[in-house]
Ligand binder design. Structure first.
Ligand code: ZN
Length: 191
């Protein structure tokens, strides 16, 4: 009898080799979008390469934010660039967000994993985000407007939450047909 060494289930990276160039954006209803992602243990070369690839995919799409589960990785990492200017590209590893004040804002959100769906979502208007950067250092930023919006949308992805979960009943109903189309188009991995 042999014992099989198992990777630590709480830590995700380095469990499996990742080829960043093979990553692409996955769509609803892929079940990988519904997983609760795991903390990244350390910022190694693979994490850096994946983040760069995600920034590339985000700009190509084009979008202003992209979370690791949207490229099929169960990692607590997202990239964002609310201005769309690559000079403002930012990478957030193991992020946490807290609202500043109690003001809420409503905004129409779209998602690269839910093409052609736009729903109105209420979220805190201003937030502070703390995360680790690609240099392995922790940093903190505050933001409102689109930046606060993107950070909160992307953090939701790391917990398996999608905009359709936060939409008003009216918007959800209006998205039904498109959701059904996406469900029909979806092919599970390996089939
Ligand atoms: Zn999204």
């Amino acid at each position: 009898m042999t014992r099989i060494a198992r990777p630590d289930p709480e830590m995700s990276n380095s469990v499996m080799p990742v080829d960043p160039s093979a990553l692409s954006i996955i769509r609803y209803p892929d079940p990988r979008l519904r997983a609760r992602c795991r903390a990244i243990e350390r910022v190694d070369e693979t994490v850096v390469a994946v983040a760069r690839r995600m920034l590339e995919l985000m700009h190509q799409a084009p979008g202003v934010g992209l979370a690791a589960p949207q490229v099929g990785l169960n990692w607590r990492l997202f990239v964002a660039c609310p201005s769309t200017n690559p000079e403002d590209d930012a990478v957030f590893i193991n992020p946490s967000i807290s609202p500043v004040g109690r003001q809420l804002a409503e905004y129409e959100e779209g998602c690269l994993s839910l093409p052609e769906i736009e729903v109105s979502v209420m979220r805190p208007a201003e937030v502070t985000i703390e995360a680790t950067g690609l240099d392995g250092r922790t940093f903190q930023m505050s933001g409102d407007g689109l930046a606060a919006r993107v950070w909160q949308h992307e953090l939701d992805h790391l917990d398996g939450v999608l905009i359709i979960d936060r939409a008003t009943p009216t918007d959800r109903l209006a998205s039904q047909r498109k959701l059904r189309e996406l469900e029909e188009e979806f092919k599970p991995v390996g089939r």
